[in-house]
Design a protein around this ligand. Structure first.
Ligand code: FES
Length: 199
């Protein structure tokens, strides 16, 4: 069932494209090449929408996420245009739902009913963080197996990633997930030259 995750084919393609796109991060010309409306960072009160699949662009409900299930990908929705703010990969989000009682205090403060949101771009070489360890409840990056703990600020708990994933505060609006604040932490990644594709 389509829950907003990339298919295996698309995941590999996205990893490659992601690393290619990642090369442009930080270059002044990159932003001007993107749509100004959709490349903007998530804004407070934006709803979150599915990034991929049959429900792409539709708002994500709090109860769409099952506790402990694999993360889904989302972007903020520009309220004025109804478009996903998907012009920059750095604003791609991972959503996952955990037991609220297990969340670290700072993480709990950013969550809604156990749902937490983080940047979906690995801080190592910029791959999409697509994998999920259902036993340990950790995100895992498929490129070099860095692991992140979403219950504790997406801190790095394994692998070469140099810093935790940036966190996005959430709230609920009529049962839908919405943005409650700006990204907290560092967006982006360290070394695109280390991608497994030789880029
Ligand atoms: S890009 Fe994620 S571990 Fe290397």
């Amino acid at each position: 069932m389509d829950q907003g995750q990339p298919t295996p084919f698309n995941r590999q393609r996205r990893q490659l494209l992601g690393c290619v796109c990642a090369l442009s991060v930080g270059l002044p010309a990159a932003a001007s090449a993107q749509d100004a409306g959709t490349a903007a960072a998530p804004q407070v009160d934006d709803l979150l929408g599915y990034a991929f699949g049959e429900r792409a662009g539709q708002p994500v409900g709090v109860d769409d996420l099952q506790p402990g299930a694999q993360q889904i990908f989302a972007y903020a929705i520009d309220a004025s245009s109804g478009q996903l703010r998907n012009g920059s990969r750095l604003h791609q989000l991972l959503l996952v739902r955990l037991d609220p009682a297990t969340l670290a205090p700072e993480t709990a403060a950013r969550s809604v009913n156990g749902v937490v949101a983080y940047s979906g771009v690995c801080s190592h070489t910029g791959c999409d963080v697509t994998d999920w360890n259902a036993d340990s409840h950790r995100f895992q990056c498929p490129c070099h197996e860095s692991q992140f703990d979403p219950g504790d600020g997406a801190k790095v708990v394994g692998g070469p990633a140099p810093w935790q994933l940036a966190a996005l505060p959430l709230k609920a609006v009529d049962g839908k997930l919405a943005v409650a604040g700006s990204f907290e932490g560092r967006l982006g990644f360290q070394q695109p030259g280390l991608s497994p594709f030789g880029i």
